[in-house]
Design a protein around this ligand. Structure first.
Ligand code: F6P
Length: 351
């Protein structure tokens, strides 16, 4: 078979490990040939390709980013975009397409599947919010990076009696914030799933100081929302081709508000793309490899319109349409873990 591969959306540690696994199993076990489409759906729409063979995937397992590069191009938003994709897949004699990406990328996979393209999906995101699967590669790496940053910020916050507000990614779900916040021992964790009250946070910090703790670490997810207003706090008004606003900026805004209310010096640190860069953890390399092997097996079972998934730590598959129709949010069980680490008074204020 001739199989095309693309990586779409924000990059994510482990993408190269998926590509490598798909190609190696495809070549060794199925005698497949591969072609790489560059920069996500842009490569398919504009027929920008690279040869993808065993040599091309040599040595890429530990590398961050993606050898196929990525973009947030949405062919469904371009005049004749989907038709151009189909024409180019035909031109390259591609029998099947493996699309590695988050819900935006997979919404295009679903549209092409409905138009008859043989597509299978691999979920990808550091945000860990894709429906139908329990864990995405890249998430563990992002959490590890954020946790290490929180550890480092603890020592400097303590040395200077400061409050440090650490802003992490995650879009509209708080997985990175709650995992890194708990693992890093943050004093307050703010996630989009639970709108926060700024007065409660200020009161919690003041009580900590009264108890003789002169520094605090707050982890805030970029999509966290105050309960007083409807929307997220952003620095930019830009939206991408899938209609998502560019998140980021809440850390700086909150730092000013907290300092105003408490009188404690408060600084914001935005971890930003650091969380997406560099080498994947061994956990993510393993997960990405399993996803890649699962994907090429789906291709050879002809399970078009399916996405590889992990459920109860087993590789399985779900319909792409089902996966993209639901975002995974942080559940109460995780919120309770975070709250259980506070005394009754703080817990009440933060609940
Ligand atoms: O979806 C992954 C992610 O890193 C989000 O956490 C973040 O909001 C977004 O991508 C940032 O995207 P970009 O790199 O395009 O600004």
């Amino acid at each position: 078979m001739k199989v095309g591969i693309l990586t779409g959306g924000g990059d994510c540690p482990g993408l190269n490990a998926v590509i490598r696994a798909v190609v190696r199993k495809g070549v060794f076990h199925y005698n497949d040939e591969f072609v790489g489409f560059m920069e996500g759906w842009r490569g398919v729409m504009e027929n920008i390709i690279m040869p993808l063979d065993l040599e091309a995937v040599g040595g890429i397992l530990p590398r961050g980013g993606t050898i196929l590069r990525s973009s947030r191009t949405n062919p469904a938003k371009k005049e004749g975009g989907l038709e151009r994709c189909i024409a180019n897949l035909k031109k390259e004699k591609v029998d099947a397409l493996v699309a590695i990406g988050g819900d935006d990328t997979q919404s295009v996979s679903q549209k092409l599947f409905e138009l008859g393209v043989h597509v299978v999906a691999v979920p990808k995101t550091i945000d860990n919010d894709v429906g139908g699967t329990e864990v995405c590669f890249g998430f563990d790496t992002a959490v590890s990076i954020a946790t290490e940053a929180i550890d480092r910020l603890h020592t400097t916050a303590e040395a200077h009696n400061r409050v440090i507000m650490v802003e992490v990614m995650g879009r509209n779900s708080g997985w990175i914030a709650i995992y890194a916040g708990i693992a890093g021992g943050a004093d307050v964790i703010l996630i989009p799933e639970r709108p926060f009250d700024i007065e409660d946070i200020a009161a919690t910090l003041k009580r900590r100081h009264q108890r003789g703790r002169y520094f605090s670490i707050i982890v805030v997810a970029e999509g966290a929302k105050p309960n007083s207003s409807a929307g997220v706090v952003t620095e930019s008004d830009k939206v991408d081709e899938f209609g998502h606003e560019r998140l980021g900026g809440i850390g700086n805004v909150l730092a000013r508000e907290i300092e105003k209310r408490t009188g404690f010096e408060t600084r914001a640190v935005v971890l930003g793309h650091t969380q997406r860069g560099g080498s994947p953890t061994s956990f993510d390399r393993m997960l990405a490899t399993r996803y890649g092997i699962g994907a090429i097996d789906l291709v050879h079972r002809g399970e078009w319109g399916s996405m590889v998934a992990i459920q109860a730590n087993h590789i399985t598959s779900v319909r792409i349409a089902d996966a993209i129709s639901k975002t995974r949010y942080v559940g109460q069980e995780f919120i309770d873990v975070a709250l259980s680490l506070h005394d009754k008074q703080e817990e009440k204020a933060l609940r």
